[in-house]
Design a protein around this ligand. Structure first.
Ligand SMILES: *[C@@H]1O[C@H](CO)[C@@H](O)[C@H](O)[C@H]1NC(C)=O
Ligand SMILES: *[C@@H]1O[C@H](CO)[C@@H](O)[C@H](O)[C@H]1NC(C)=O
Ligand SMILES: *[C@@H]1O[C@H](CO)[C@@H](O)[C@H](O)[C@H]1NC(C)=O
Ligand SMILES: *[C@@H]1O[C@H](CO)[C@@H](O)[C@H](O)[C@H]1NC(C)=O
Ligand SMILES: *[C@@H]1O[C@H](CO)[C@@H](O)[C@H](O)[C@H]1NC(C)=O
Ligand SMILES: *[C@@H]1O[C@H](CO)[C@@H](O)[C@H](O)[C@H]1NC(C)=O
Ligand SMILES: *[C@@H]1O[C@H](CO)[C@@H](O)[C@H](O)[C@H]1NC(C)=O
Ligand SMILES: *[C@@H]1O[C@H](CO)[C@@H](O)[C@H](O)[C@H]1NC(C)=O
Ligand SMILES: *[C@@H]1O[C@H](CO)[C@@H](O)[C@H](O)[C@H]1NC(C)=O
Length: 886
């Protein structure tokens, strides 16, 4: 903190020195002097040289104006990977009005000495590594019109003296580490058009009421900060506001009643994820500008005012997950530009008017779980852009209009849990329909055969109605993933493919249905009654084929039994190899001794390195057979693991098991585990390699969670379970053992031996169910090990904090984030490491729902990776040897 305050003073001295010595030098020399303080790894400023033959006005990033001879008016060096020092010599350019160094790697406090640039109007230092507090001397910038310090590491309170910057038109302090409360000086910024204080999570402040005085303000961004209290009444003074984003704060109370009628130009309005309540202000949409209204996920109650239907420009309306009640205004549904309506999970009532046909742009309507009533209007079928209409859990009644699926793009219809009656209309026009749910209504008549002509229909739920007659044969032709007709009055023969492919429960509650596997087999009489001669023949043929099939299966089972009996008589060992391994159980057992054991073993058993007769090495994990799985189930489970093919997951080559033990045979990796590496005192991996390991691990986990079928969890991720191949490509091991030893044995072993492991998410202790989020947490811990170069559980160190607590405590103090980075890595990787630290912190969030998915982690880590070395994976290519900046 002390340096942060002294530093500007020192630089002012430097500046005075410059003024004194170089008052008569040319603009080119001033620029060259400025350049001499800058590290320019890409030689982006190579044109900046008095041997290049270029006039300095033609140098990269320079713009000149003729006043009356050429003078530099603008220096724009954004996104050039520059670092080093921002020197005061730039202020020797007497007409410099615009300076942008945004999106670089400048790592210093706010360069106050730039206030000496007498003509400077715009200063953009966004997206650098600017740190420290905003000093009181910020007032020296009182000539600035645009100040952008967003996306840096600026901390502490916003000083009152900032109120001197009375000429500001744009003030952006977003995405920093500002804390405390915001001073009441904003009323001074009478010229302000854009104010951004968003994403300063440590602010704890009311919204200053004097912001309401800013008549020229057009864009106000206060989202994702720590604003508390109510939206000030004074906001009605924001006459020119078009964008208001107050989402994700801790605001409470009601909206100012006159807000709408005063904010006539509002285009975008987002106050989601607060704790606001009360009714919508009347006249919210008296202005014609409103295009985007999003109030979702709050605690609002009250009703939607009639004036909302004046918003002729309204396109997107999202009020879902609140406590709103009352009728939707009729006129709302005919707004000409309306595209998206999301109002689910409220207590709205009222009817959908026929005039909904006038909402010709409407694409998506989700009004599930409300109290809407009346008929489904005929007008709905006239909206040709509608692709989703979901209105389950309401009180809709009457018949479904025959045209309700006429939109050629319609793909999802959900009218389940209403009280609709009458027949299901023939559906022919909605050729894109994917999902149709009409469950739990009072529909009668038969299932329309035309459903079979909808080529992509995949989900069909007609359960809990009063449908009768037989199931159309044509439905067999569809690739239905869900076909639920349970609890109707259907009768007759069930098309065979609908029986074989789907759970029996989807047919239950229809006493009249018959077919193989159902309580009723079809008598000839029923068959005659419901089918033509031809289909009877077909049925008969199919039945014969079915019987033959069963005989074959039974024979196979018999042979298999004989075979496995014979085998188990020979020895108690049974083996399955997924790769041609020339090894016997005997070889394995003999090979397992103290010498071949790797490490002390995990919770379920030790790992041995076994040399095969061919000379190949394999790793064999010896698990205790808890006997909780039958031999067959065990085989199926190991096969499930054996089929995984991913470059970041260790291959299972095969397994053998007896009544006492299970040997899992894995490919052997020479380099050992990441855990072994980190705990070496000479752990030296460069950042590029560490990041690559992190990305690989994340990819492996993401694959297990989402791509592999069945989806798997790792449930024991830690750095010692991440093996490295010769190229440091990581491979996960010891995964999904719960599938092999059985859930109960797995849980009790983990609970007894690993209950206090710091890789375990906090909810591990009390949550019965294992989740992806728990894996994400463990991953976060591994990532922290890579970033800090410390072991997660450093039993030796004096402060026996686990790594997550250690990092949290450091990060909470000023510049702490920089202190946790592994000092063995050069500062040139700092930005990437800080990015990775941010992800690690999110992964290790206490609340499981705050943690990102592994896919998101992969994406974010990949976006961090700016190292040119990455592509060719050359470990020798490193920035470690560069001279440190600063
Ligand atoms: C630019 O060139 C002039 C003469 O050619 C020389 O006096 C001056 O020192 C040079 N400036 C720099 C910064 O090299
Ligand atoms: C900059 O370069 C352009 C063309 O490359 C040239 O026409 C112009 O005269 C140069 N400007 C100065 C000030 O030298
Ligand atoms: C500052 O520069 C960034 C580009 O790096 C740009 O996105 C941003 O709009 C600029 N700020 C202002 C206020 O112009
Ligand atoms: C507000 O601006 C006036 C000049 O316009 C100045 O005298 C006053 O000190 C400023 N207020 C603050 C809190 O800086
Ligand atoms: C509001 O904006 C309009 C045009 O965008 C402008 O003419 C008007 O002066 C602004 N009002 C105020 C109070 O600045
Ligand atoms: C909002 O308040 C809750 C509890 O009152 C607190 O846990 C949370 O951190 C606050 N959020 C913000 C963004 O300040
Ligand atoms: C709205 O919420 C407030 C606060 O929770 C409560 O006092 C009020 O009764 C609610 N109003 C309605 C109509 O539910
Ligand atoms: C329906 O909405 C209420 C809140 O209005 C919510 O509590 C309930 O969980 C929702 N029901 C379903 C099935 O989503
Ligand atoms: C900055 O450096 C990274 C890699 O170091 C590179 O991917 C990026 O393109 C560079 N940016 C510019 C503008 O040169």
């Amino acid at each position: 903190m002390a340096t942060a305050c002294k530093y500007p003073f020192l630089l002012s001295l430097t500046f005075t020195f410059f003024m004194f010595t170089s008052a008569s030098t040319s603009e080119a020399d001033a620029l060259l002097n400025f350049k001499s303080f800058i590290d320019d790894p890409k030689s982006s400023l190579s044109s900046w040289s008095n041997t290049s033959g270029l006039h300095h006005c033609n140098w990269t990033g320079i713009t000149c104006i003729p006043t009356p001879i050429l003078y530099v008016s603008s220096v724009n060096l954004q996104s050039l990977n520059l670092s080093g020092q921002i020197a005061a010599s730039i202020c020797e350019l007497p007409y410099l009005s615009h300076l942008s160094l945004s999106d670089n790697l400048f790592n210093e406090p706010i360069p106050l000495h730039l206030s000496q640039c007498s003509s400077l109007e715009t200063l953009n230092l966004s997206n650098n590594l600017i740190w420290g507090t905003i000093p009181d001397q910020i007032s020296q910038f009182d000539a600035l019109k645009v100040l952008d310090l967003s996306k840096n590491h600026i901390e502490g309170k916003i000083p009152e003296t900032i109120g001197s910057l009375v000429h500001l038109e744009v003030l952006n302090l977003g995405s920093n580490l500002l804390s405390g409360s915001v001073p009441f000086v904003f009323g001074n910024f009478s010229e302000l058009v854009v104010l951004d204080l968003s994403q300063n999570a440590y602010l704890v402040s009311e919204i200053p009421t004097d912001i309401g005085k800013l008549e020229k303000l057009e864009h106000l961004f206060l989202q994702r900060s720590g604003f508390v209290g109510e939206i000030p009444e004074s906001f009605v003074g924001l006459q020119n506001l078009t964008t208001l984003d107050l989402s994700q704060n801790n605001l409470t109370g009601k909206l100012p009643q006159t807000l709408g009628s005063s904010l006539k130009n509002l285009v975008s309005f987002d106050i989601s994820e607060n704790k606001l309540f009360g009714s919508f202000p009347t006249g919210i949409c008296d202005g014609l500008g409103l295009k985007f209204l999003s109030l979702h996920t709050n605690f609002f109650n009250g009703s939607i005012p009639n004036s909302i239907s004046e918003c002729l420009n309204l396109e997107i309306f999202q009020v879902q997950n609140n406590g709103f009640s009352g009728d939707f205004p009729d006129k709302f549904w005919s707004l000409p530009k309306l595209m998206l309506v999301r109002a689910e999970n409220n207590r709205f009532s009222g009817e959908l008017p026929d005039s909904i046909s006038m909402a010709a742009q409407l694409e998506q309507v989700q009004i599930d779980n409300n109290s809407f009533s009346g008929k489904i209007p005929q007008g709905l079928g006239l909206v040709k852009s509608l692709y989703r209409f979901s209105a389950s859990l309401n009180g809709f009644s009457g018949e479904i209009p025959p045209n309700f699926c006429d939109s050629p793009v319609m793909s999802i219809i959900n009218l389940s849990h209403n009280t609709l009656s009458g027949q299901i209309p023939e559906l022919k026009k909605c050729r894109k329909l994917v999902s149709l749910s009409l469950a739990d209504n009072s529909l009668t008549g038969q299932i329309p055969p035309s459903l079979a002509e909808l080529p992509v229909l995949t989900y069909l739920d007609l359960s809990k109605n009063h449908l009768s007659s037989s199931i159309p044969q044509g439905l067999q032709n569809l690739k239905l993933a869900l076909f639920n007709v349970s609890f109707n009055k259907l009768s007759g023969r069930v098309p065979l493919s609908l029986i074989s492919g789907l759970p029996a429960s989807f047919l239950e509650g229809n006493p009249g249905l018959c077919g193989p596997g159902l309580p009723n087999s079809c008598s000839d009489e029923q068959a005659k009654h419901h089918s033509s001669g031809l289909t009877t023949l077909a049925c008969a043929l199919i039945s014969i084929a079915f019987v033959i099939g069963i005989v074959i299966v039974a024979a196979a089972v018999f042979v298999f039994h004989r075979y496995s009996k014979r085998k188990s008589q020979i020895g108690t060992w049974r083996s399955v190899f997924f790769y041609p391994l020339r090894v016997t159980e005997h070889d394995l057992v003999m090979g397992m001794n103290e010498k071949s054991a790797l490490g002390s073993g995990g919770p379920f058993g030790r790992v041995y390195t076994i040399s095969l007769p061919s000379g190949e090495l394999v790793a064999v994990k010896k698990l205790v057979n808890f006997g909780s799985q039958s031999s067959k189930a065990l085989k199926a489970e190991v096969k499930t693991l054996g089929k995984i093919r991913h470059k970041n997951i260790v291959k299972v080559l095969g397994f053998c098991h007896s009544d006492e033990s299970i040997f899992l045979i894995y490919e052997f990796l020479q380099k050992g585990s990441l855990g072994d590496l980190i705990c070496r005192p000479d752990f030296q991996l460069q950042w590029g390699v560490r990041l690559r390991i992190a990305i690989g691990v994340a990819q492996g986990l993401a694959y297990l969670h989402k791509n592999y079928v069945p989806h798997l969890l790792h449930r024991n991720l830690k750095s010692t379970n991440i093996l490295l191949d010769a190229d440091y490509e990581p491979k996960l091991t010891d995964l999904a053992l719960y599938r092999i030893v059985g859930e109960t044995a797995f849980q009790s072993t983990m609970a007894s031996e690993f209950a206090h492991s710091c890789y375990n998410a906090p909810e591990f202790g009390y949550s019965k169910k294992a989740t992806e989020e728990m894996d994400v947490y463990s991953f976060g811990v591994v990532l922290l090990e890579l970033i800090t170069g410390r072991q997660a559980e450093d039993t030796e160190s004096l402060d026996s904090l686990d790594i997550v607590k250690w990092v949290r405590r450091k990060v909470n103090i000023s510049n702490g984030a920089l202190q946790v980075l592994d000092p063995k890595i050069s500062t040139s990787s700092q930005k990437e490491m800080l990015g990775a630290l941010e992800i690690a912190m999110r992964c290790t969030a206490v609340m499981p729902e705050k943690r990102p998915s592994m896919f998101e982690v992969v994406r974010t880590l990949q976006s961090l990776n700016t190292s040119p070395c990455f592509a060719n994976m050359e470990l020798s290519c490193t920035s470690e040897d560069q001279s440190p900046t600063v």
